[in-house]
Design a protein around this ligand. Structure first.
Ligand SMILES: Cc1cc2nc3c(=O)[nH]c(=O)nc-3n(C[C@H](O)[C@H](O)[C@H](O)COP(=O)(O)OP(=O)(O)OC[C@H]3O[C@@H](n4cnc5c(N)ncnc54)[C@H](O)[C@@H]3O)c2cc1C
Length: 436
């Protein structure tokens, strides 16, 4: 993620530097420096905004390169934060002019945009200011974890409109001479890509090609707060074990992501195991009905142990994060010899909170290469990095760790593994059950 963000910033910087090199500002004064800073921060913010829009439409080719949609959304979020910071800097430098005027003499301004765009300059500046304020509010609500997700989702939709506003602002105020320079080409490319994606988003077409109509076939409570839901899906449905789909049972509520907690048996049936983690998933436990129409969009995700290097693996499933591992085990049941040598830790608070313990025992009994350890935090100490590496011999290749569960638990394990020298970037794989 950091590399992608860095690459976008470097690209903006190079495009700006290339342009300044061939089209240098007249003289080096506080005013030309201010002007260039405004242009550079604006270019960086705008390029990041185009990236945000591109990621928002979930292109398949990016998903496989980035290692899953959950990682794409994390990049989307941090691009949003960075774009807002740059846009705010752009705006602050602009409105800071009176402060400079108190110290420096003003100079006459050269015309900036192409003459035919001059009539739009005033409105482009005004709506650009509004766009910055709206971005700041959207980012603040994103970071304020207590703000309800369903309300945040509605507010967040405005981001596509903000992009189109920023496109108008950017195109009108880009210096005329830039259009034949690298910075102008970058503005043009960002405008084309971002606007196309914004229109896709505003017309409700994101993920349309991967949407399938479905019907609820069965609903079984697995425990007090987890239900198992089986749906039949129309059309050509195929998924890899460990992938997830967006399920819409109520159009007003919209789509929620759930792992397909079973292997693909070619019958067009998908199973979801849904834990009541919030308002909607709590309501689902009682509101779903057999025969109800649903929409299943997917599959998405790259949580796939088969990307292994032949080394032993460690699988850590915490709470409802066990669902991708169930799908993996089911897919290996018919070919147990193809399973990697793996140790699976299923972590839950206690027996009542571990509705999948029996199912895992049955599955692992059929796949001898996978060893199951069930851990209850009410009676045992929490699983640590030292436990995971207990059998690791110094100098031997590091195992691949596959984790799905609460983020704080993942962070604690990752830090511990890193302290013990494991290159976690290559060896720790995490499915993130959170998209905001
Ligand atoms: C890749 C992935 C796979 C998942 N697999 C499972 C699974 O197999 N079983 C399971 O029980 N849960 C799974 N989840 C979590 C599940 O999506 C959330 O628990 C559920 O959406 C919460 O909705 P809520 O309205 O009840 O809770 P809220 O309290 O409204 O939301 C709790 C959190 O869930 C996330 N969330 C809520 N709504 C959405 C949405 N529409 N889209 C994306 N994220 C949302 C947000 O991060 C939010 O902060 C998965 C999540 C992801 C990202």
């Amino acid at each position: 993620m950091r590399r992608t963000l860095g690459a976008v910033l470097v690209l903006s910087l190079l495009a700006w530097a290339g342009t300044v090199w061939t089209y240098p500002p007249t003289g080096l004064t506080i005013w030309t420096v201010r002007e260039q800073l405004i242009l550079l921060t604006g270019l960086g913010a705008y390029t990041l905004m185009a990236l945000i829009m591109l990621l928002a439409v979930r292109p398949q080719w990016i998903e496989s390169r980035m290692g899953g949609l959950d990682k794409m959304y994390r990049l989307h979020k941090w691009s949003g934060i960075l774009a807002t910071a740059l846009a705010a800097a752009h705006y602050l430098i602009k409105i800071g002019k009176p402060l400079l005027l108190a110290v420096f003499d003003p100079v006459a301004k050269a015309p900036r945009s192409a003459a035919w765009l001059d009539v739009f300059r005033g409105s482009a500046k005004d709506i650009g200011e509004w766009a910055v304020w709206i971005l700041v509010v959207v980012v603040a609500l994103t970071l304020w974890r207590r703000f309800p997700y369903h309300l945040w989702r509605q507010v967040h939709r405005i981001a596509a409109v903000v992009f189109l506003v920023a496109a108008f602002h950017g195109v009108v105020l880009t210096p005329a001479a830039w259009w034949l320079q690298p910075a102008g080409w970058l503005v043009a490319a960002a405008t084309a890509v971002g606007s196309a994606c914004a229109v896709l988003a505003l017309t409700g077409n994101i993920g349309r090609a991967r949407r399938h109509r479905g019907t609820v076939l069965s609903i079984d409570p697995l425990s007090g707060d987890v239900l198992s839901l089986v749906c039949s899906v129309q059309g050509d449905w195929r998924h890899r074990a460990g992938q997830f789909a967006f399920l819409t049972a109520d159009r007003r509520e919209g789509a929620h992501p759930f792992t397909v907690s079973g292997a693909d048996d070619g019958t067009g049936r998908v199973r979801f195991s849904i834990k009541a983690l919030g308002d909607y998933t709590r309501r689902l436990q009682t509101s779903l009905k057999v025969g109800q129409a649903v929409t299943v969009e997917g599959p998405y995700g790259c949580f796939d142990f088969q990307q292994d290097d032949g080394c032993p693996q460690i699988w850590v499933a915490a709470g409802i994060g066990v669902t991708p591992f169930i799908a993996w085990l089911e897919s290996l049941r018919s070919k147990p010899d193809c399973a990697p040598r793996a140790t699976l830790y299923y972590c839950a608070r206690n027996k009542a909170d571990a509705p999948f313990a029996q199912m895992l025992e049955t599955l692992c009994a059929q796949i001898p290469r996978v060893t199951l350890h069930t851990r209850f935090s009410d009676t045992q100490r929490p699983l640590t990095a030292a436990d995971l590496l207990a059998e690791h011999v110094r100098g031997a290749p590091w195992p691949q760790v596959w984790f799905c569960g609460p983020t704080r638990f993942a962070d604690a394990l990752k830090q511990g593994l890193h302290r013990r020298g494991m290159p976690v970037r290559q060896h720790f794989h995490q499915e993130i059950f959170q998209m905001r």
